[in-house]
Design a protein. Sequence first.
Length: 896
Amino acid sequence: MKTSREIRQDFIEFFVNRCGHTFVQSSPVAPLEDPTLLFANAGMNQFKDVFLATGTRPYKRVVNTQKCIRAGGKHNDLDDVGRDTYHHTFFEMLGNWSFGDYFKKEAITWAWELLTKVWGLDPKRLHVTVFEGDPENGVPPDEEAAGFWRQQPGLDPNNIHLGNKKDNFWEMGDTGPCGPCTEIHIDRTLDFTGGKLVNAGVPEVMEIWNLVFIQFNRGVDGKLQPLPARHVDTGMGFERITAVLQGKDSNYDTDVFTPIFEKIQQVTGAKPYGGSLESMADTAYRVIGDHIRSLVFAITDGAVPSNEKRGYVLRSMLRRAERYGRQYLSTKAPFLHLLVPIVVDTMKSAFPELVERVGPVTKLILEEEDSFLRTLDRGLKLFSEVAEKTVAQGGKTISGTDAFDLHTTYGLFPDITSQMAREAGLLVDLKGYEKRMTEFRQESGKDRKKIIISAVKGEMPQTDDSPKHDSLKLTGTRVLGWLEGDTIAREGSLSAGAQVALFMDKTNFYAEQGGQVGDRGLITTETGAFRVEDTQRMGDGILHIGVVESGTLSVGQLATQQMDEARKITMRHHTTTHMLNWALRKVLGPNIDQKGSLVDPEKTRFDFSHDKALSPEQVREVELLVNGLIQADHPVIAKVMPLAEAKNLPGVRAVFGEKYPDPVRVVRIGIQDPAFPDEGNSVEFCGGTHLARCGEAGSFRIQSQEAVGKGIRRITAVAGELALRYSHRITMLLDEAATKLTCRLEDVPQRIEALVEELKKLKSGAGKAAVGDLQSAFDKLLDGASKVGDVLVLGGIVPAAPVDQLRAQMDRIRTKAGRSVVAVGWVDEGKVGLMTAVSTDLQDKIEAGKLVGELAPIVGGKGGGPKGIAQAGGKDADQLPQVFSKLIQIVTAKLA
């Protein structure tokens, strides 16, 4: 039996080795660059620009396996997961594509060959559907595809079925590329009688591969027009084909899931997975096994659980899985994070990026679990009470108000409440829930983008923020109050959804200052959780700006403060900013002054005085110096000292115009003894958060430089994993350049220089060479001329050239040929040109202008002109040979 890894590799190698495709890595499942898309939900997402003709690729044939999530939005399989044997939120889509290259014949033939010859599926069990046609839009039945299917060995013609527009016509949207598709289904019934169940939505006969033929464009008027370049887009669910090839009735019985189920059993102590659709424990296995895959892949690719958009979907999945574990597998503690390593281990061969992020992904999932589990048991208890009350009153629907309370107080999202209600034989009034949530948002001001803090009424509480330099987690802090509107509250409670600025007696959160952004994170008490979205300073108080995420918060409660993982990235960027400042002075001179900076989790942005751009060599030298400090792993030492004393430190740097406190905090890099600083090291006034040692930065890369004002330059750079990703991207681009230039990587610069020189020479000699080539092409036309009576007829394709050169050659060859008719064509950047010439003694019978007017429609154009020489344009280069056949016919007819 083939393993899932072997099946995936079979598919890729078949299309690479047998069919000449290029393997392209999956795009991220969380498309951060496309806010219109929650998740990548099909293999074609990364190639959408090709189909829309807004982008191109250096290849015509592609194969890949795409990471997909269908949860939320238009494509949503979330509610079906766990209830059957084949629905998933996360899945792989195996696919092959043709961008204006091969079409139906090859796609169908190769699909059949892979399924029946490579994988050995019984042709008798395979059924195919083709589009039945759409008379309303003028699209006939797809007899072309059906004809190619009938040619496949072993396929029973009775297993070819017609499908309607819903099942067998693919459209990207209301407008744009579209076309018929042909689907391959497998009959898994015992008696081969599944033909009548095709597209019936039963697991015994299921679709395994969809071949889409993109050949039309739907305009804004709804009408279909043929596309000039036709494409193929195919998709096959990896989990489904694995179940078929491993002889399993359920996707969840394959080796894609069995290692995960074994780990679930190990960490929960539950009974082993039994595969039953009736058992809620087995349903829990399927839900947890599916959802942990979605979480690991999405978070690895940059998504983060939250209360907005794709983050909401991820948080909902995590809480669904946690709830199933608590209710049906009797878990008592966080367990999902313990499943991350097994997901990574089973998938790392195909998606090696998982290995790099296993630590942060595990940590983030654990934090989410901890937050939810504080209120889950109380939420489950309240749901039971609500359900019992509903039944006792003779009802079947849980009210929208109750669903709202379960969400805002206990973190049970409405889809989780709906799922629990369904298990109890009840419904949920979701319209009532939405109405109550809308009212709640309006009341609480949740739709505001940011709290605006101006005048404040009341005494500002003081916050000890000295722990901000120590750790990401701080326990034993106390809620002092909050700022709501312009009023400070020092007593009372807050409910879920309240948007305020929270005051604590002490904090490890860094308030925005000195170019470093304010921290984000979570403050939790026994009764609730507060999501910190920004941290700002006001006087001696630190404002933790955010929203009560769940439960309630009260003045005087003890709390735990946990910063987001992004703080570590910010610290990397802040420490490397100091290194960058030092390195710039080393490379550009001691007169370089810092003019400003912005340090956040995405980057460091550093402004400095300099009147010209850094050369590539200078950029490289700066990077080497910074990375040298990182590799040397120098200590980063901070000390508070009197401002006057600090100003006298050799080599100390400060931002011009910045006001510093007294005493001031001094950060030194590479100095073992703070009493003896060295001018060759970084010494700066700074109150920000930093790494303990340079080596923790990992690596450093400059991404860009630009001018932001007269004499002011800006460098944007990244550190740590972001720097590695940037380096990998640059390496990939260089590898691609080396491949295209057919040279070694280290030879790319010299190869480019050589090409530039070659291009210069070609341009300088292009005029002479072009004229010579053009003259030779016209002379060859004369050598191959046909005769109609005593008239020479010359016709053929010539190189594209300026019109004046073409006219000169037409005149020359017409004179040289004597009594003659000449017609030439050429293609320039996809456009077709035609030119005709007639000798003077024939112009009473044949006019060049009328002749080109008759020929031009053949190439989709029109034209005309005088009797002697005329020209036309067109767009269909494939029809040029027909022009010259028609030329003989026209001349023969006119001279008859």
